[in-house]
Design a protein around this ligand. Structure first.
Ligand code: NAI
Ligand code: 3PY
Length: 386
């Protein structure tokens, strides 16, 4: 039997019981739930990653919906517990949902929400920051200053890579990958090569238009190419950023063999999911190639790093903060709450999960719909006509 977990309760007499496994930023999400007759229970346990047993204890005997986190293992055990408690909805406070067994949720008729769109730019900005920081060795230089080692300007001190005119490679040119590509192309005038299962038409149009603008101003135009294989991107690009979802097709997408075909001075950035890179192979590659640099926001065995990674000067490591801007995190909480609320209230599903702005406008009530339910089709849920 799991120990009872500590909780904070809002609107104790609300008709529907909604549980959040973590305190989340802002209060709008709590208010929106309370206004619709929900009793909101927030787990305040001082434990970063809740176990399945902890969450079963939180669900209890009656629970209409749960807002959870990407660190939790939402599979058969939790969905059957939620279903037994009368629950019909779960939402990750994240766009990625590789921690959720959607087939198990389908079996119990539980709707699965995620939070796309609101974190696109914030995440892309961190990927861009890691790209520049790695290329220009900013973290190494900062450590050097703080260690009191700077004794004057030198021609060879922390020489890095110029981005302008170089090639940026994007693997997974979806929402975040495309936003990142635009930042690097427009901000640094880099040429683009990308690999995705689908054509990124809007991104291609953007780069074409930007190239025409540059040309009209007498500047060297940027170029773009959709690669036929991932290897083509790895071989040609100077900076490569990974933005696919994590599934069977992307597990260890970057492995020993693929690292070997990258340029010796390339920069590799990962703000997707840790297992997209074989981290043991990466540590070895970084040791053998000191001019190869990485910027990592995510790790294969999060929260742990593979042995040796933390000692390497050519690696920048940050603790999964890519979506951590105040506006985005508050928005993620709102979308997650509205996903759960929508299912409880029997609302339809928002027709375009890429256009979630109406849910984020603090000056107007949100539409009567669930912003993004990934298994809506499998559960036969109706789509909003709004
Ligand atoms: N580090 C962080 O804090 C964050 C991480 N993420 C991660 O980023 C991922 C992407 O998010 P979005 O851009 O919103 O999703 P998205 O669905 O818009 O983009 C994912 C892209 O990956 C492509 N893709 C899928 N399999 C592929 C393969 N085998 N090879 C190449 N491309 C492939 C898809 O076609 C799609 O275009 C999320 O699933 C999540 O895991 C998202 C937000 C924050
Ligand atoms: O949204 C996600 O998938 C994250 O990793 C955290 O923002």
């Amino acid at each position: 039997m799991a120990k009872p977990v500590s909780i904070e309760v809002w609107n104790p007499h609300g008709k529907y019981r909604v549980v959040s496994t973590k305190p989340m930023p802002g209060t709008r999400w709590i208010n929106l739930l309370m206004e619709q007759d929900c009793r909101v229970e927030i787990c305040t346990q001082k434990k970063t990653i809740l176990s399945v047993e902890d969450i079963i204890a939180l669900i209890g005997d009656k629970c209409d919906g749960v807002i959870g986190q990407l660190t939790e293992d939402w599979g058969e055990t939790l969905f059957s517990a939620l279903s037994r408690a009368g629950g019909k909805a779960f939402s990750n406070m994240a766009v990625g949902y590789n921690n959720v067994d959607v087939n198990a949720a389908n079996k119990y008729g539980v709707a699965i929400g995620n939070t796309p769109g609101v974190l696109t730019e914030t995440t892309a900005e961190l990927a861009a920051s890691l790209s520049v920081s790695a290329a220009r060795r900013i973290v190494e230089a900062d450590e050097f200053m703080r260690a009191g080692l700077y004794d004057g300007w030198l021609p060879n001190l922390f020489v890095g890579n110029l981005l302008k005119g170089q090639t940026v490679g994007v693997i997974g040119a979806g929402r975040i990958g495309s936003a990142y590509a635009r930042m690097m192309v427009e901000g640094f005038k880099m040429n683009l090569i990308y690999y995705d299962l689908y054509q990124a038409t809007r991104l291609e149009k953007f780069v074409t238009a930007y190239a025409e603008f540059l040309k009209a101003n007498g500047e060297q135009p940027v170029t773009w190419k959709r690669a036929a294989s991932m290897e083509e991107v790895l071989r040609e690009a100077d900076v490569i950023s990974l933005h696919p979802i994590l599934d069977k097709t992307t597990y260890h997408l970057v492995n020993k063999e693929r690292l070997a075909i990258m340029k010796k001075e390339a920069v590799l950035v990962n703000c997707s999911r840790g297992p997209v890179i074989d981290e043991v192979a990466l540590v070895e590659h970084l040791k053998q190639n000191p001019m190869f640099r990485v910027g990592l926001d995510v790790f294969e065995d999060e929260p742990y790093m593979k042995p040796g990674l933390a000692d390497l000067k050519n690696a920048i490591v940050v603790p999964h903060i890519a979506s951590a801007s105040k506006w985005t995190r508050e928005g993620m909480a709102t979308l997650a709450a509205l996903n759960v609320l929508g299912k409880i209230k029997g609302y339809p599903i928002w027709s375009d999960p890429n256009q979630v702005e109406p849910f984020l406008n603090e000056n107007a009530p949100p539409p009567a719909a669930s912003p993004s339910i990934v298994n809506a089709k499998a559960l036969g849920l109706p789509v909003s006509r709004l």
